[in-house]
Write a protein that binds this ligand. Sequence first.
Ligand SMILES: Nc1ncnc2c1ncn2[C@@H]1O[C@H](COP(=O)(O)OP(=O)(O)OP(=O)(O)O)[C@@H](O)[C@H]1O
Ligand SMILES: [Mg+2]
Length: 181
Amino acid sequence: MEAPHNPATEEAEPVARTSTPTIVRITVTSPEQMQELGRRLAKLLRAGDLVMLTGELGAGKTTLTRGLGEGLDVRGAVTSPTFVIARVHPSLGDGPPLVHVDAYRLGGGLDEMEDLDLDVSLPESVIVVEWGEGKVEGLSEDRLQVLIHRATGDTTDEVREVTLTGYGERWTAADLATLAA
Ligand SMILES: Nc1ncnc2c1ncn2[C@@H]1O[C@H](COP(=O)(O)OP(=O)(O)OP(=O)(O)O)[C@@H](O)[C@H]1O
Ligand SMILES: [Mg+2]
């Protein structure tokens, strides 16, 4: 006898979601190396990618983004803008533009974030967000989280531990491990 047909359970069937994020840890020992990591990471990025940069003031988020900008070959210097919250760096070639967001000065207000229309630009851009925790996760189910922190016991103040965590199917396929090589 056939099992009773139950649409409710069928709809509840899990849509194969990746439960384990891909995690890669890298030690960086100078600002130049951080920028170089950005250049290499840029090679893995494509339109539609959301990268969240996390780490305390002066951790090196903007330095990494500078490398991303070089690797993506975009126009304009990547800086820490005082008044600008988001800056679009168009590609100098045929790659995606880099949208660099520094949400530090944005209050918790999601409205301000929505005003940036990041959801509109995401499909054709690479969006990199500093201080975006709790503000931009809703933009995409797939995101690359880059956590930068100063190594404990570092006497030169130039050693950083970088942890890249790829959430979602996009990042299971991307070979983040090549960055650690
Ligand atoms: N290994 C390193 N990687 C990156 N920056 C480093 C490193 N070592 C020293 N630095 C210095 O730390 C500072 C990092 O500044 P940066 O603007 O990139 O940080 P940030 O995380 O963007 O800060 P903020 O939260 O203010 O935006 C720079 O002055 C840089 O020269
Ligand atoms: Mg910064």
